[in-house]
Design a protein. Structure first.
Length: 466
């Protein structure tokens, strides 16, 4: 397999495939709005969409530092699925039934995004094939069976468990010994979704200013180099780029995730691999991978790579360390030996927001009018939609236009998270954490023991996930 001609960076393959949209005008100076949304990714755009649909007379302004979808919304793996970060913790804090309601809301969100995209004529290469998560070591299989049982306990009665033969009938992953499948997932083209959503939002009458970095958010003010937007509600929808804002350096850690995509693969390769239903595909390794079969018959595959840059720095254009590209290529061939001769057309990276307790949250501070949503820990494609609808309901409740709803009473609403440790502890901790996970994966692959490696269990406790 050759990476000599691999495009590295340039934001993402999704933009190389679809094209970077024409830029929108930056903020021309001081202005006023009813709601100011900071961030033009999925969270910000969905929030603008649902607010404007609910209350058409609202004056809504979206401020985006680069262009809509520049961050994780334009770089992710294209998994529209029902996973949400922190559900187990919310069950401990608020009770099992509350967490079941949160999970059901996430299940419904997958359908909500699909139906809304269709209603707005957004062609995002959506294929509703579900999510298949595989195991290829005895330890992974034990975790997968536990995971399957837990998901059923949280209400996913339509989830199925497969052995090696049934797994191969779906996707022939080399060495796979089992899998679990849920119908609550779909493959998407991330950029087609975010650009279509931005167009739909503008058509409703929302104002979007691009190339307008917000440097500070304070009550009723979003401050930029070109002027300040004043609004009763200012919503922070910046996910992995939150650390760039004044006073937010330790709020959510910007975790790097990297991807590669192959050239279009011939029919002979797909005959060897199967994957006819185009499920999104993951595994149960500690340093897990995620993949999809694209609409033009490539494999796009991602993983953590270099997990974190010192002092919560973020990259500019998605350029990926060559060693990460090589490791993802090696993983691709190990899982799918039939791809050994395929070229890697593109590699890129992006950041996702990780709270200290690994719990996604949505909040509206009624005393200040400041709101925020994020900390999705890599599960943001669908979660951003649920967060946006929740912010809509919280604002309508606060402004007296509506009462409490099912969404405003979900357990992730107004959840408070402690800040990350200062540097260099943050950098040392994150790199030690992922070194431990990778070591645990290697041990489990080499020894074929059925129990999870103790190093991974220790890492889970250290990170706050265990």
């Amino acid at each position: 397999m050759s990476t000599v001609s691999t495009v590295n960076g340039g934001i993402s393959f999704w933009y190389a495939d679809h094209g970077i949209p024409d830029p929108r005008e930056p903020l021309p100076g001081d202005s006023n709005a009813d709601v100011c949304i900071v961030g033009g990714g999925y969270t910000g755009l969905w929030t603008a969409y649902y607010l404007k649909k609910a209350v058409p007379f609202l004056n809504i302004t979206v401020l985006e530092a680069s262009f809509c979808g520049y961050g994780a919304s334009g770089r992710n793996g294209g998994w529209l699925y029902n996973g949400i970060a922190g559900r187990d913790r919310y069950a401990r804090l608020h009770g099992h039934d509350a967490a079941v309601r949160l999970q059901q809301a996430m299940n419904d969100t997958v359908t909500e995004v699909i139906d809304t995209a269709a209603a707005e004529n957004i062609d995002a290469d959506i294929h509703h094939g579900g999510v298949l998560e595989v195991a290829y070591t005895p330890a992974q299989l034990a975790r997968l069976k536990d995971f399957h049982s837990v998901e059923i306990a949280f209400g996913e009665t339509d989830r199925t468990l497969h052995g090696a033969r049934e797994t191969a009938e779906r996707v022939r992953v080399h060495g796979a010994v089992g899998s679990t499948w849920t119908p609550h997932g779909a493959r998407i083209h991330p950029v087609k979704l975010v650009t279509g959503l931005a167009t739909a939002v503008e058509a409703l009458g929302v104002t979007i200013h691009e190339n307008t970095p917000v440097t500070e958010i304070r009550p009723k003010h979003a401050v930029t180099p070109y002027g300040t937007v004043r609004a009763p509600y200012v919503l922070r929808c910046t996910e992995g780029f939150t650390a760039d804002l004044k006073g937010q350096k330790r709020t959510w850690l910007p975790m790097n995730s990297s991807m590669i995509v192959t050239e279009p693969l011939p029919d002979s390769t797909w005959d060897a691999l199967g994957w006819d239903n185009r499920e999104t595909l993951g595994d149960t390794a500690h340093a897990y991978m995620y993949a999809q079969r694209t609409a033009d018959n490539r494999i796009a595959l991602g993983g953590r790579g270099h997990p974190y840059r010192y002092a919560s720095a973020t990259d500019n254009d998605g350029r990926t360390h060559p060693a990460t590209v090589d490791s993802l290529r090696d993983l691709l061939v190990r899982l799918f030996p039939a791809t050994a001769g395929a070229a890697i057309d593109h590699a890129w990276s992006g950041v996702l927001g990780v709270p200290r307790d690994w719990c996604a949250t949505v909040t509206l501070d009624r005393s200040t009018g400041l709101g925020w949503a994020g900390g999705y820990v890599g599960s943001g494609v669908a979660t951003a939609n649920l967060a946006a609808r929740t912010l809509r309901d919280l604002i309508q409740q606060d402004s007296g236009q509506a009462g409490a709803t099912d969404l405003t009473t979900l357990p992730w609403v107004n959840h408070h998270v402690r800040r990350w440790e200062p540097e260099p502890l943050r950098w040392l901790g994150v790199h030690a954490l992922y070194a431990a996970y990778r070591t645990a994966d290697r041990r489990e692959l080499a020894t074929a023991r059925p129990d999870t490696d103790p190093l991974a269990k220790f890492a889970d406790k250290l990170s706050g996930r265990g």
